[in-house]
Design a protein around this ligand. Sequence first.
Ligand SMILES: [Mg+2]
Length: 334
Amino acid sequence: MALDEFGLIRRYFTRADRPLPASVRLGIGDDAALLDLPPGESLAVTTDTLVAGRHFPADALPFDIGWKALAVNLSDLAAMSATPVGVTLALTLPAADEAWLAAFAEGFFTLADAHGVPLIGGDTTRGPLSITVTALGSVPPAQALRRDGAQLGDLIYVSGTLGDGGLGLALTQDRLHDVHLPPSHQAHALARLHRPTPRLALGLALRGMATAAMDVSDGLLQDLGHLLKASGGMRALGATLNLEQLPLSPAMQYLAGEGEALQQQVLDWALAAGDDYELLFTVPASRQQQVEALAHALELPLTQIGVVSAAAGLNLTLKSESYKYDLKAGYRHF
Ligand SMILES: [Mg+2]
């Protein structure tokens, strides 16, 4: 890559005009950044790579790619109850297209600035489009929300709504062309897919309240399975989920009302599609009112969807009847 291309990249990712948080002793520009952590806190580190054609279409809007590459990493910090202290960005680009870079940086920094997260380092190379973000956070180790703390009888909660990412993906792949979905519902689902909201405030508020947590990236059932496996250790833990309780957006509720096949498809997206970046967490039953108060304070739905049970596996019920669902096969009508 020619020197002027690096200059171009520097122009969009160096922000000398912005004061750095006090925890960043040295930001971009040296061989490495220097960070201070509050005394007694641990560094939480997470990284994710998004590859064009695999995690997003190559022609996706650069603003959305920038936003999402950061959002999925901040979501992981939220799930650990960590406060973000900085992020690094490694960009592999086929060419340094100025308009693309400007829009990508705008999406990235719109979300970063909303949470006061500084970019503290990065790298650029030439190659097929791919973006790697590493997010660094800070958390007192005893208060980090891990996957392995759920107890028998704990209530299972999820934030926000489920399945919108799956609906959004179906829309981008034009799999719903013979279904009428009002434009405002389409816009909602696409925004949820392309610009997910990392639940950082919720993650922090769950310190001392939740026994276990993770973010829903691969789909509710798969992610809940991971959490129960980590928590159960030698003795297997399972869960009973009431599918009527699954929180659905107005767009998903609209589709579920459009016939049996769509109702099945909506459930499938909510259970298995992933890409929702909501927090899945468990709390002791005695803390139910605390969770309700928190939902009110954050103006974010926190919905109890089930209970941790002693029998291994997931027991799904719909309208008081057992609901058979094969996670591998799923339900793929569209
Ligand atoms: Mg995660």
